[in-house]
Ligand binder design. Structure first.
Ligand SMILES: *[C@@H]1O[C@H](CO)[C@@H](O)[C@H](O)[C@H]1NC(C)=O
Length: 181
């Protein structure tokens, strides 16, 4: 019992400090639920979009530019997870037909990773049109993999869907940034 009190105190102190830092460092207007709903309504899977964006606690306090950054980070994670999965399948499979399909997907996800990195770079440069193009190119890459995979009994189609959705979220947010400028 003795240990609980001090650790509770120090953690609430930590949270207060964190809140103070967040509040002081973001004087810009935070995104409302209606804006989030509007953004996600333009994607293929609005509930996945909302849930994924809200999985980052910063979504509650950030502005549109910050949301673009969050979305690009989510895209980076999801695309990278899918790429890792593809590479592991490629290393495991002995079926030449499947190997060719996964090899195509490996190339596609190599490109998709490059495009997500490029979107990040364009965002930092304030080039929202560039972010939009890079996000769109990411969706094309995912679609190339999706087209290549015909008989794979794996979770790849599901992961392609997720990867497509996070790149689409980035596209929608970038386009909204473009409208506001
Ligand atoms: C995946 O693709 C990259 C780039 O095209 C290539 O360098 C790498 O060797 C490939 N990985 C496998 C496991 O084939």
């Amino acid at each position: 019992m003795k240990q609980i009190v001090p650790s509770f105190c120090s953690s609430s102190l930590f949270i207060s400090l964190l809140l103070a830092i967040i509040l002081c460092s973001s004087p810009t207007q935070s995104i409302g639920q209606d804006v989030l709903n509007d953004i996600c309504s333009k994607t293929d899977d609005p509930s996945f979009c909302l849930q994924t964006l809200k999985s980052d606690p910063q979504t509650a306090t950030t502005d549109l530019l910050g949301l673009a950054e969050i979305s690009i980070n989510l895209a980076k994670t999801t695309v990278s997870e899918t790429h890792t999965f593809v590479k592991s399948q490629l290393a495991q499979t002995t079926d030449p037909k499947l190997k060719a399909q996964y090899s195509q997907c490996n190339d596609s996800y190599d490109d998709a990773t490059g495009n997500v990195d490029y979107a990040n770079e364009r965002l930092k440069a304030g080039d929202y049109g560039g972010v939009s193009s890079a996000a769109s190119a990411c969706m094309d890459d995912v679609s190339d993999c999706e087209d290549a995979i015909t008989g794979a009994a794996s979770s790849l189609p599901q992961q392609n869907k997720k990867s497509n959705e996070v790149c689409l979220m980035t596209l929608v947010i970038a386009n909204r940034l473009l409208e506001k400028n």
